[in-house]
Ligand binder design. Structure first.
Ligand code: NDP
Length: 490
């Protein structure tokens, strides 16, 4: 356990390097988004700390990579047990650090974080490599897969432990050692997980976590010559910088980036189910999920009815103190982000759009304690042109735009008319249409008559500016290992 400094009202985090908590000379402030108060001091790590972590990971690699998948699997499962045993502590910490409701952290973030370890603990036991016979040449060819080495993992603030463990679990299951850098705004649950690694059975240096900002700690990791692989989840803008910085080293890159995800609603859709799911897909986690819907295309014949029922349902999506189980949404991540998201609503008004509910229309009443927090009501906007920034840029907040369409081909082309291609939802009872439209949409994932159904065996990722590469059962195995072909003449 760390010699954690728990001050009267804030935590001081330390890096976790080589199996030990290591204090850092400089710190950054991190705030509780639901009150605006200081929550913790996060190490402001730079090249020196990253270098120490990479060295520890490099030293640990020969032994860890030599273990059998079954031995590694046992350690991962034990860590999952330990997280589950402390589920409520993790839930409270994630909610306080990120602003999300405790309910969301309890139902989604923390169970999934534990499950990420369980899933890869199991899947790593079941992979097969390939073999090809060339009998006419007296040759047998086969492939082997080897861990790459020290994996650099960089994750964002919206699903902090969930997305971090989505990277750590497959990386270490396949025999790599890691240096991870979570977002500086949401570091607490990663630090709490470090307190469990030794008990789970991770040898020192297998998992190292360095806290700090992207431009310092993140950049030092990306440009470190001994880190041959980077798995990054975050914005498209940062991905561009990472691609440039890692290019001189020809690093293996996986980039899971932003989205501008459409929902396409045909007139024959099940209206009840479609409205309740599209409310969730638009506003869950304050709209701070890369897979959130932010453009809703509705067939014109049902448009007026849909819009009025959708607005009514958005008003029922409650925003307030994250600890209150009656609330669906908590606070946005930061003051700056809140201002950015509100800026899109202001822009909509200058463009002559109509704001039906939420920001600037409805009153947000908060408990006194939360008045300094970064809250915003679910906001539904119509009358926005497809070329507007509201329909083109990732807002990443509780704002969605609704617009009518007439024809199938028209809506496919409009849905595809953005630079992103992460996910989409299609609502119709016509099976043929559902397949046809899903096939033509430019998105890595298309959900029909549902949202956020995830089978971790299947590839996750986006096309166009939403990313490069896929992660998931077999895809993560491929990404976190190097393949080698061996030809044997007999
Ligand atoms: P950012 O791109 O700003 O940051 C992501 C991570 O990268 C953070 O840890 C950040 O550090 C770090 N970082 C920033 N600059 C650099 C750099 N120059 N070198 C190395 N690392 C750097 O994204 P956000 O944190 O704002 O997250 C939101 C974005 O993530 C949205 O665009 C969202 O769509 C996307 N996302 C994509 C998902 C997907 O699977 N496709 C899933 C979830 C989110 P720090 O912030 O500490 O400075």
């Amino acid at each position: 356990m760390s010699k954690e400094a728990k001050h009267t009202n804030y935590l001081v985090l330390e890096n976790y390097i080589g199996g030990k908590f290591v204090p850092c000379g400089k710190h950054l402030d991190s705030f509780d988004p639901s009150t605006g108060e200081l929550y913790c001091k996060v190490p402001d790590s730079g090249p020196e700390e990253v270098d120490a972590a990479v060295k520890a990971a490099k030293d640990a690699f020969p032994d860890w990579s030599a273990k059998s998948p079954a031995e590694r699997s046992q350690v991962l499962n034990k860590l999952a047990d330990l997280i589950e045993a402390r589920l409520e502590e993790f839930v409270q910490a994630e909610s306080k650090d990120q602003g999300k409701t405790a309910t969301f952290a309890r139902n989604v973030d923390i169970p999934r974080s534990a499950y990420n370890f369980r899933f890869f603990a199991s899947s790593v036991l079941h992979h097969l490599t390939e073999c090809s016979q060339m009998d006419h040449m007296g040759c047998l060819n086969y492939t082997i897969r080897c861990p790459v080495g020290v994996a650099g993992l960089i994750s964002p603030w919206n699903l902090p432990l969930y997305l971090l463990t989505w990277k750590i679990a497959p990386a270490v299951a396949t025999g790599n050692t890691v240096v991870a850098k979570p977002s500086e705004m949401t570091s607490v649950t990663a630090w709490m997980m470090c307190q469990l690694l030794e008990e789970a059975g991770f040898p020192p240096g297998v998992v190292n976590i360095v806290f700090g900002t992207g431009p310092r700690a993140g950049d030092a990791l990306v440009s470190h010559p001994d880190v041959p692989l980077i798995s990054f989840t975050g914005s498209t803008a940062t991905a561009r910088v990472i691609t440039e910085r890692s290019a001189p080293f020809c690093k293996k890159l996986s980039l899971e980036l932003g989205g501008k995800n459409p929902a396409i609603i045909f007139a024959d859709a099940d209206m009840e189910q479609c409205i309740s799911t599209t409310i969730q897909s638009s506003f869950s986690n304050q709209g701070e999920i890369c897979l959130c819907t932010s453009r809703v295309f509705v067939e014109r014949s049902i448009y007026p009815v849909f819009l009025s029922r959708f607005v009514e349902a958005a008003r029922q999506w409650k925003t307030g103190a994250p600890s209150d189980p009656a609330n669906n949404n908590g606070a946005l991540i930061s003051k700056e982000h809140l201002e950015k998201v509100k800026g899109y609503v202001a822009l909509a008004l200058t463009e002559g759009a109509q704001v039906h509910c939420g920001e600037g229309v409805d009153k947000l009443t908060l408990p006194q304690r939360n008045e300094g927090g970064y809250f915003m009501l679910p906001t539904v906007i119509s009358g926005v042109t497809d070329s507007s920034a509201l329909m083109q840029e990732e807002i990443f907040g509780p704002v969605t735009c609704v617009t009518p369409f007439d024809k199938e081909e028209e809506v496919i082309s409009r849905a595809n008319g953005v630079r992103y291609g992460l996910s989409a939802t299609v609502w119709s009872r016509d099976v043929g249409r559902v397949h046809r439209v899903a096939r033509k949409l430019q998105a890595g994932l298309v959900w029909t008559n549902c949202w956020l159904v995830r089978d971790l065996n299947l590839p996750f990722g986006g096309m166009k500016s939403s990313g490069i590469g896929r992660e998931g059962g077999k895809d993560s195995y491929h990404f976190f290992t190097e393949v080698k072909v061996i030809a044997v003449k007999h």
